[in-house]
Design a binder for this molecule. Structure first.
Ligand code: DQA
Length: 192
């Protein structure tokens, strides 16, 4: 029988020894990203849920019956419940707080400084046009916030065009009714 040539020896060595060795190594390496991916998932699961505070100013407790041609027919409870549901579905915590008192609203903003609140959505209602105290509290809190108004404050009496909050706000939504709160929440849920 003829002895195999050098070329066929090289071919056999490559096919049956070197190639399988390289393949096993590649498979082993592919294992590493799989493990890494698992760790990333664990890291993602460990990210704490977002905490969102929704503040409602004076007279918004009357929504539903108050000038419904201006503010719509949704009650504050209906708006609050829909926001809670949207937040819950997205894995976030959401707290609604309404007060007719400027002092209580200032205190609630101050409380947000230390209670892990990540984002504020605020309709300051009539205090929009008067409250330096609430503005200062938000400035001190240094938390991102969106100012929401059910009505379009720029299309109404001239005194409503002045807001003490808009220049500090991340954004302002005015005139879209209850939908404005939902849009603000959608932004807050996706904000970094
Ligand atoms: C309001 C507009 C304010 O001018 C008014 O005082 C309110 C509600 C709004 O949501 O359209 O109370 O903030």
């Amino acid at each position: 029988m003829r002895r195999p040539s050098l070329a066929s020896k090289c071919f056999l060595l490559g096919t049956f020894v070197i190639f399988p060795l390289i393949s096993v190594n590649i498979v082993k390496r592919l294992d590493i990203p799989a493990k890494l991916r698992q760790n990333c998932c664990m890291m993602l699961e460990a990210v704490p849920a977002k905490n969102i505070l929704v503040l409602h100013g004076p007279n918004l407790n009357l929504l539903g019956s108050r000038e419904s041609e201006v503010y719509g027919s949704d009650t504050l409870d209906e708006i609050s419940e829909s926001l809670c549901k949207l937040a819950k579905d997205a894995g976030a915590n959401l707290v609604n707080f309404q007060s007719n008192s400027e002092a209580e609203l200032v205190s609630r903003i101050q409380q947000a400084i230390g209670d892990k609140t990540d984002f504020i959505i605020i309709n300051p209602a009539a205090y929009t046009h008067t409250s330096v105290a609430m503005r200062d509290a938000l400035a001190a809190a240094r938390l991102p916030f969106i100012e929401v108004h059910l009505s379009n404050i720029f299309a109404r009496e001239s005194f409503r065009r002045k807001s003490y909050f808009s220049d500090l706000a991340l954004g302002v939504i005015s005139g879209l009714g209850a939908k404005g709160y939902h849009l603000a929440l959608e932004y807050a849920l996706n904000a970094r």
